[in-house]
Design a protein around this ligand. Structure first.
Ligand code: FE2
Length: 231
């Protein structure tokens, strides 16, 4: 055999747990749903990550060159990359139940999209005064799409206290940039990172990573993103 079987991306491990623990929190501007025990075979999912390439894509002014991002499959900023098929057909049912929306108007991305980040000491001064990376997810599923749900899945083995993701309360017309001053953009909710925990929310709800410790200077931070367009 030319290919080592252990190197093959196993797209059969992406099976959702049939009995996840679901909690929805009303943060004020929007709801956030935390789903624990998201995958049935989380170690199998995590085992696929090293089989994917990691690329430096955010090489822009105001950023850090040692900042990596493995978003190979975002249409606009990672060209020419392959898309492993990774999908559980029951996902629209799960989303339908959580957001109370007709299942036949729910689609889901079928790619395995993993954000990969690591930080250097130079970021310490940034984090003192700024949030890093608050954003709304781009919505490019065509004119008939009426909205989009985003699901973020924590894929590290362990998260130090405080590591996770933030949600922010900003006016709809506020254009967010890669760094926003803490005294201008209000953090209203934080979800603690946890292996096999997923976070579901309206993709237009401003959100971003929360990395207050040194953990991700020493290891890569992995989060899967699943986009679920609504029609
Ligand atoms: Fe996002």
């Amino acid at each position: 055999m030319i290919i080592d079987p252990s190197e093959i991306f196993d797209n059969k491990v992406f099976v959702l747990n049939k009995t996840p623990i679901i909690e929805t929190i009303d943060t004020g501007p929007a709801k956030v749903t935390v789903i624990d025990n998201f995958y049935e075979y989380i170690d199998g999912v995590i085992a696929q990550i090293p089989k994917m390439p990691v690329s430096l894509v955010w090489d822009q002014e105001g950023n850090n060159e040692t900042f990596f991002d493995g978003r190979k499959v975002y249409r606009s900023n990672m060209e020419g990359s392959l898309i492993p098929y990774a999908f559980d057909h029951t996902l629209p049912n799960l989303v339908s139940n959580i957001i109370d929306f007709p299942v036949d108007r729910i689609r889901s991305s079928k790619e395995f999209i993993v954000n990969c980040f690591t930080f250097t000491d130079e970021f310490d001064s940034v984090f003192e005064t700024h949030w890093y990376g608050p954003h709304r997810d781009r919505h490019d599923y065509g004119p008939t799409s009426t909205g989009m749900i985003a699901i973020v899945v924590f894929l590290n083995e362990h998260y130090e206290e405080g590591e996770g993701m933030n949600f922010y309360d900003v006016p709809d017309d506020f254009v967010l940039t890669i760094r926003e001053r803490k005294d201008k953009v209000k953090q209203i909710y934080t979800v603690q990172g946890k292996k096999n925990r997923a976070v579901l929310f309206d993709s237009q709800f401003p959100h971003g990573q929360h990395t207050p410790t040194n953990q991700f200077k020493n290891e890569m931070r992995y989060t899967q993103v699943i986009f679920v367009p609504l029609y």
